[in-house]
Structures are given as structure tokens and as C-alpha cells.
Design a protein around this ligand. Structure first.
Ligand code: CMP
Length: 143
């Protein structure tokens, strides 16, 4: 599944009513929305999604934050999607993010950092499948 990436508008940004502004930045950058939903993650879902960070000291805090309110997973498509989307959102820590990036504009700190982005094509496919069924992705497909 190349040319796809997963965005999550995280609970901090949803709570602050920033979803519209963030989606506008994403679509203005040339990304196409393939599928989108608003969900309140369970501990199991958030814990599974961030399984790779299970042994990191911030894991529990991360799962608690990601289950603290609704979030908006979005499957995105664009040529070079993973790298281009990561450039658009900026560094994990908003203090280190470049001017004009989503995290520089909208994120609080390293933990509450407004958005998630996949870090590879392989993980994009896994992460998109975490939130969207094949049927949802196909039904929403429009050229
Ligand atoms: P995300 O892109 O969703 O992928 C993993 C998340 O872990 C990351 O964004 C941050 O929200 C969070 N994270 C990474 N490093 C730290 C840290 N040092 N302290 C707290 N949270 C972190």
C-alpha cells in the first residue's frame, strides 16, 4: 500500500475544535481523504496501535491521552505520502517543529501533539487497517 499514510487528529486537537483547520492544511497540501471517522479509542485499541512503544516510559501516558476523548483517524493518499505528510506535520515535539507545520501551529507539547503520522509505507498499511476495514476503504474510493 504505497502512497498512503495514516493521520490521526488526536484528542487534544479535537477538544480544541481544530479538526477543520488541520484537515484544510492536509487537503491544501494535496492529500486526498480516502476514509475518515471519529472514534473514542478503548484501552485495547490504543494500546495495540502503540504496541511498538510498549516498553517506552511514556507508553502508559500515551494510551491514557489517546483514550481521553474522541480522535479522528484519516486514511490519506498522495504520491510520497508518508514523507510528505511527516514534513507537513513537523517534528514530534512542537518546540522542535518547523514554522508553519501542523504541530508548530496547533500542538501543546511532545505528548499532546495534535496529530499522528505513519513512519513508513509498511506501518501505514498496518495502521490504516487498524481503523478501516477493506470494505470501508473500497466503498469510499473515488478518483
Ligand atoms: P505519534 O506520532 O503518535 O507516535 C508516538 C507518540 O508517542 C508520539 O506521536 C508522541 O505523541 C508520543 N511520544 C513520543 N515521545 C514521547 C515522549 N518523550 N514523551 C511523551 N510522549 C511521547
Amino acid at each position: 500500500m504505497t502512497n498512503k499514510t495514516l493521520c490521526i487528529i488526536k484528542p487534544d486537537a479535537v477538544k480544541k475544535n481544530l479538526a477543520g483547520q488541520i484537515i484544510t492544511k492536509i487537503t491544501e497540501a494535496g492529500f486526498k481523504i480516502k476514509a475518515m471517522k471519529m472514534v473514542r479509542l478503548s484501552n485495547e485499541s490504543a494500546g495495540g496501535f502503540y504496541e511498538v512503544h510498549k516498553n517506552r516510559p511514556f507508553y502508559e501516558e500515551l494510551v491514557k491521552f489517546m483514550t481521553s476523548g474522541p480522535c479522528i483517524p484519516i486514511a490519506l493518499e498522495k504520491e510520497n505520502a508518508v514523507a510528505d505528510y511527516r514534513a507537513l506535520i513537523g517534528a514530534t515535539d512542537p518546540a522542535e517543529a518547523a514554522e508553519g507545520t501542523v504541530r508548530k501551529l496547533f500542538a501543546e507539547n511532545k505528548s499532546e501533539n495534535a496529530v499522528h503520522g505513519s513512519d513508513s509505507d509498511e506501518n501505514a498499511a498496518i495502521e490504516i487497517a487498524h481503523f478501516f476495514s477493506r470494505k470501508e476503504l473500497l466503498e469510499n474510493y473515488a478518483d
